[in-house]
Design a protein around this ligand. Structure first.
Ligand SMILES: [Fe+2]
Length: 199
């Protein structure tokens, strides 16, 4: 099941400097790197284009640094930033779709995700928060984190309560079970643990 093959207009290094141009707040950078890592691992699992999926994860909040003062403007600056770099409307719409359904975002609130790659991005960027919060609770340790432990945290609605379990559950629409996804998310983030302050 190949979803889309498109050439990326910029390198990963260029994307990283683009991100840092708009945001230097390190918890945000950690979130971008973890989203990249989970999307990459998921693409590898599915036999999809891992560079492309990773780039979606890395850039999904590229305008957050310049819009977070007014959340309702989040993702409104992203299209022009990415268009300037040569990204396609497909790539931009896929990124926009992680904001679909959010009441805070007027232009996106009434939209719903329809494509697998959209569900994949939304679920991936959302599960990063759960994995990271769980790692912090475990003394920053991810190296021996078990999917079963993460599953417990997923089920415990009081844990990291703001993280949407419903959005994480969208992974099932990609054809990946929740149990597989817990494993994929841990594996992906484990590979970059030192870059995101984990051990
Ligand atoms: Fe995000």
């Amino acid at each position: 099941m190949k979803i889309r093959m498109e050439k990326l207009p910029i390198t990963r290094a260029k994307a990283w400097s683009l991100i840092k141009k708009h945001n230097t707040h390190s918890p945000d950078l950690v979130h971008y790197l973890e989203s990249e890592a989970v999307m990459k691992e998921l693409a590898l699992h599915l036999g999809e284009d891992s560079e492309y999926w990773a780039m979606l994860g890395l850039l999904h909040d590229v305008d957050w640094g310049i819009t977070k003062h007014d959340v309702s403007t989040h993702l409104t600056k992203m299209p022009e930033i990415l268009r300037k770099e040569g990204f396609t409307e497909y790539f931009i719409e896929t990124i926009l779709s992680h904001g679909y359904g959010f009441e805070e975002l007027p232009a996106l609130a009434s939209k719903t995700r329809t494509e697998k790659i959209q569900h994949a991005l939304a679920a991936s960027e959302t599960i990063t928060g759960l994995v990271h919060a769980y790692a912090l609770m475990r003394g920053n340790k991810i190296s021996d984190m078990e999917p079963a432990g993460l599953k417990k945290k997923f089920k415990d609605r009081a844990f990291a309560a703001k993280i949407s379990r419903e959005v994480i559950r969208e992974i099932e629409l990609v054809g990946v079970s929740l149990d597989e996804f817990f494993k994929i998310a841990i594996e992906g983030i484990k590979k970059i643990k030192s870059e995101v302050g984990l051990v």
